[in-house]
Design a protein around this ligand. Structure first.
Ligand code: PEP
Ligand code: MG
Length: 841
């Protein structure tokens, strides 16, 4: 009978078994029993009982054994709340002893009896009593009877005791050793790494064995109804004769397939009735457990037993297809399909990936800055990257760190690897924007003069040699590894359609170039939330004009250079508006410090002096004059806009003229103009006055009408605190959480990578705050800014456009805080769309 006092429950159709008290496997077995499947007698031990066992409390094993009738053989398997948290391995054939061996030899044959006893002596000695495994290993040529005798002798030699014969003693020891293994330090750390709480419990399942060995058709296997890699519906699995548990999965040559088999011996052909019964059972499990399951079965002398079912193993791609297929079949609602696909797993699907099953030799690790896999020849400069690209060769740009000067090289590369930097360093932000795999802050040494790359073990590569990057894992891998192509199939598109229909927070993309914008459309962003206009100045011959502007000797010269930038910007914007077809486009005025446009070394300065026809000393003096101790906190953003108003005027004019032009041919455009790095209301007033004047002038000159929205980027703590007064002049506030994090912590986003690992490892920060929004500190600034802004202006639009915008946790935070939309790199748009839908489901 069942006994709650002893802490075990016989699983029946009606029995108090739950995931929270007995674990997932126990609950699943109860479901299988409710489906009237041939499940052998099963008992579940609760978390509490297992914990007490681990503490040393003794139990009446006889009472437990009585549930299973006369002289049973039993198995014990773990049952934790979440199967991903692991657990001790199963122990089978408990109850084997000399008497049972003799009886089995009569009913199942000597060979099967020997084999069962041997398996148990081996498992018990090695995994329960923790005796030396080598002593219990025998090669395949040793006859089973001999091996059994040797194993029993070895046990006696090692322990000075004969092999325990009492099933109650055996069972007690097995249960206790599994309970203790769960509470051991290494098991605890392992599962905590997978998200298990510190006090996660373990339940244990004791089940009568179906033998799988002996006369007639006997064996064991697993079956599932999808392909684990693609999710395609098909009957998959393995069956092995004269076997137990999951042996069929590890026996390479001997196991048979369930359906077709090139050797012509599938289970379907050998045992058509059993096969049909299995397929029907799997189908029933799928529809009633509402999940793609992998069913573990045993055939004992022609009779089928269902021992267990677990979620069928699956790749991200298969998980998505399975969820959509279940919803399309009416088995689960769409909302549930949406919630079953981890939003982050989409990133994997949308980039080529390093084949997870291909062998890889990791030679360096760094921060996983932009996902996807890349194979290419290493280059150490942007010019080399461009010449490789021109020759049609894939290359990986390797730099100590990247600067805006490297943009063209980055565009020409299939992957980016840097020695320095963190998740919001230049290389990381640009690479994510472009969807190019990137690893930053890697344990590598670059010798730019020799053009070599050296790894910690001394292995050195020269320019042109091949490497593989795994941007999702932050790994640098030796040689060329196989890639898997990205997927955008029916199931992906269907899931995303459902997601868009229920989500209630907008998702835009950060896009700077027409190519980015096209990608943003492709990923169904609802507009551009951040166009970093300065990136346009690094394209083609614009850099030269930009530099002429910086070196202008007089105001007139500066205005002249700027006027040459105007048509280029205008055509950029026309192109963006055209691609976005009336969707909102939020253009940020010029932001970076000017020195970023100047060469970083003497060689570059010399080239520039030649190009500008100036003495080298003039050029170096100018570079020195522009250099700042703390450029990210210096003359950049609106400070530059106010000091050199011509730049913003030119940009505003380009935006308005493009607006008129694009509206002639397509949907009317209402541009959004955003002022970066604001910290005071007066800055906004000054820029607003200036831009309004440009708007009036353009309207006058062209006799056209248009409207525009002016907004402010909240990137300084002061702007968040003063959002009330700033919002009086702003139609929207967009929080730039990269700079806001940098300034809230006083932590350079370009240098944080150097010590971030140590900080996170020692628990100073729970996570890299540039990666995961710091809800407590930076988050409070967001909330304060949002509240004060909305209080002053109820129709204020609120957005986030920092790197955090694509992160599911930040999206939840922003949605709770009443934000209208998030904006992130195009490649993260699908993740954001799905994550947002999961919040609303
Ligand atoms: C930010 O600071 O969050 C932002 C979006 O701007 P940038 O990354 O260009 O500084
Ligand atoms: Mg910024």
């Amino acid at each position: 009978q069942e006994s709650d006092i002893l802490g075990f429950t016989r699983i029946r159709r009606v029995a108090p078994v739950s995931v929270a008290t007995h674990g997932g496997r126990a609950k699943c077995l109860q479901r299988l029993i409710r489906l009237d499947l041939p499940v052998p007698d099963t008992v579940a031990l609760s978390f509490d009982a297992v914990h007490r066992l681990a503490e040393g409390q003794s139990f009446d094993m006889q009472a437990l054994l009585r549930v299973f009738g006369d002289a049973p053989l039993l198995s014990v398997r773990p049952s934790s709340e979440d199967p991903d948290w692991g657990g001790p391995g199963a122990v089978l054939n408990i109850g084997m002893n000399d008497a049972r061996h003799a009886a089995l030899a009569r009913t199942h044959g000597k060979e099967a009896a020997d084999s069962l006893y041997l398996r148990f002596v081996q498992t018990f000695s090695v995994h329960v009593e923790r005796l030396d495994p080598e002593v219990f290993e025998f090669d395949k040529s040793t006859p089973v009877a001999e091996a059994l005798k040797a194993a029993l002798t070895a046990h006696e030699d090692e322990t000075d005791e004969p092999f325990p014969q009492d099933p109650a003693v055996q069972l007690g020891q097995v249960l206790r050793s599994m309970a203790r293994a769960w509470e051991g330090t290494s098991a605890r750390l392992l599962r905590q790494a997978k998200g298990a709480p510190a006090d996660a419990g373990l339940g244990l399942i004791v089940q009568a064995m179906a033998l799988g060995l002996g006369p007639g058709e006997s064996g064991a296997g697993v079956i599932q109804l999808i392909d684990s890699d693609t999710g395609e519906p098909m009957i998959k699995g393995r069956y092995l004769r004269q076997a137990q548990g999951r042996e069929a999965l590890t026996a390479n040559g001997d196991a048979m397939y369930l359906t077709q088999d090139e050797r012509g011996c599938s289970l379907e052909e050998a045992e058509p009735e059993l096969f049909a019964q299995l397929v029907a059972t799997s189908g029933l499990c799928r529809s009633r457990l509402r999940e793609e399951m992998q069913v573990e079965f045993t055939i004992e002398n022609g009779r089928l037993a269902i021992l267990d079912a677990v979620r069928a193993p699956r790749s991200s791609r298969a998980a998505l297809r399975a969820a959509v297929q279940l919803a399309e079949d009416g088995i689960i609602p769409k909302e549930e399909a949406i919630c079953r696909v981890p939003a982050r797993s989409l990133t994997e699907l949308l980039h080529p990936q390093v084949d997870p099953s291909a062998p890889r030799e990791v030679i360096a690790r760094g921060i996983a800055a932009s996902p996807g896999g890349a194979v290419g020849r290493i280059v150490f400069s942007s010019s080399a990257a461009q010449s490789f690209e021109a020759r049609g060769e894939h290359c990986i740009l390797v730099r100590r760190e990247t600067t805006p000067d490297d943009i063209r090289g980055m565009h020409a590369s299939v992957g980016i690897l840097t020695e320095r930097g963190g998740v919001t360093s230049h290389a990381a932000v640009i690479a994510r924007g472009m969807g190019v795999p990137c690893v930053v802050g890697a344990s590598i040494r670059i010798n730019s003069r020799e053009r070599t790359l050296t790894f910690e073990d001394g292995y050195t590569l020269s320019e042109g040699e091949i490497l593989t990057l795994d941007g999702a894992k932050g790994e640098v891998i030796r040689g060329a590894v196989e890639m898997l192509p990205p997927v955008k199939d029916h199931w992906y598109l269907q899931l995303m359609d459902w997601a868009d229909a229920i989500r209630d927070i907008g998702v835009r993309a950060n896009a700077d170039t027409p190519a980015d914008a096209a990608m943003a459309r492709d990923f169904k962003a609802q507009g551009i939330g951040l166009c970093r206009t300065e990136h346009m100045f690094f394209e083609g011959d614009r850099l030269t004009v930009m530099r002429e502007m910086i070196f202008a000797a007089t105001n007139e010269d500066r205005i002249e250079a700027i006027s040459r930038l105007l048509p280029m910007q205008r055509s950029d914007f026309i192109e963006l508006f055209r691609i976005m077809e009336g969707l909102p486009v939020c253009i940020r005025l010029f932001d970076p410090p000017l020195h970023e446009f100047l060469p970083a070394d003497r060689e570059g300065a010399k080239e520039l002096a030649e190009a500008l026809d100036l003495p080298l000393s003039d050029v170096t003096r100018r570079i020195e004059w522009l250099s700042e101790f703390n450029p990210m906190l210096g003359m950049r953003g609106v400070r530059l806009g106010i000091t050199f108003p011509e730049i913003y005027e030119m940009q505003a004019r380009a935006i308005f003229e493009a607006t008129i032009e694009a509206s002639k041919h397509g949907a009317p455009v209402v541009p959004e103009i955003m002022i970066p790095l604001v910290s005071a209301k007066r800055e906004v007033e000054l820029v607003k006055t200036q831009i309004d004047a440009v708007a009036a002038a353009v309207k006058n000159a062209t006799r056209s009408e248009f409207t525009y929205r002016l907004g402010v980027m909240v990137e300084t703590p002061r702007a968040a605190l003063r959002a009330g007064e700033i919002a009086q002049h702003a139609a929207f506030l967009s929080f730039g959480t990269n700079d806001l994090t940098q300034m809230a912590y006083g932590l350079s986003r370009d240098d944080a990578g150097r010590f971030m690992n140590a900080y996170v490892q020692q628990g100073v920060f729970p996570e890299d705050p540039f990666h995961m929004l710091d809800f407590d500190g930076v988050g409070e600034l967001l909330k304060i800014g949002a509240e004060r802004g909305r209080a002053a202006r109820p129709d204020l639009t609120l957005a986030v456009c920092g790197e955090h915008g694509g992160n599911p946790e930040s999206i939840a935070f922003c949605r709770d805080a009443g934000f209208d939309y998030v904006s992130c790199s195009p490649f993260r748009v699908p993740v954001a769309r799905l994550a947002a839908a999961q919040l609303a489901a």
